[in-house]
Design a protein around this ligand. Structure first.
Ligand SMILES: [Zn+2]
Length: 199
């Protein structure tokens, strides 16, 4: 399916999973559902500047390693100070999300990032950052896997196990996509407006 369909379907799944009780408590399900709904497509490489960016990332990595070596050699103590700040679980979760995203960007389309393993690992990482982020993210991610399963290109739901599955019912950019987009968009507005204007 197309990106905006995944975003709105992710929000729908998150709102239905979390069932917020007032408008303010819609913020997390809306943002995390949208993120979870779109994140699996991080494996689509649209940029023509991939090589250039990779070199820039390697440069940053090199500078970071050089900094660590210098810190140990000069005994400046920045590293131990940094470690004290980084020890909490939220930072661990953020690193795990970043790791999964970078790994996902290196894999072929509809393999790692379109698996229960990827959605589960990212949702677990979100839990480490802040527990209420996990459920709406997982709902958004699973909605992505479900919608893509309708298409004709197989997705590796059980990655790292080989084999892919798809129902082959529709094209990613066809009429079904438009129908789902409009349906989810309408449902999202209905679910949120019902909280803003309770009868
Ligand atoms: Zn996808």
């Amino acid at each position: 399916m197309m990106g905006n369909t995944h975003v709105w379907a992710g929000i729908t799944a998150a709102l239905l999973a979390v069932r917020p009780e007032n408008p303010a408590s819609c913020v997390i399900p809306v943002t995390m559902g949208a993120l979870g709904g779109l994140l699996p497509d991080v494996d689509i490489r649209r940029s023509r500047h991939g090589k250039e960016i990779l070199i820039a990332w390697l440069m940053v990595l090199f500078l970071a390693i050089a900094g660590v070596v210098l810190d140990l050699y000069l005994k400046t103590g920045y590293l131990s100070l940094l470690w004290q700040r980084l020890r909490g679980t939220p930072v661990l979760g953020a690193f795990l999300v970043a790791f999964m995203v970078l790994w996902g960007r290196r894999t072929p389309h509809r393999t790692l990032t379109h698996s229960f393993f990827f959605v589960g690992a990212c949702a677990g990482a979100m839990y480490l950052i802040l527990p209420p982020l996990a459920l709406p993210f997982a709902a958004g991610g699973l909605s992505h896997l479900l919608l893509d399963a309708l298409n004709r290109k197989p997705e590796s739901l059980l990655y790292p196990f080989p084999g892919g599955c798809c129902m082959g019912l529709c094209r990613a950019d066809g009429a079904v996509n438009t129908l789902l987009l409009v349906g989810c968009l309408g449902l999202d507005f209905f679910l949120v407006l019902r909280l803003v204007f309770p009868s």
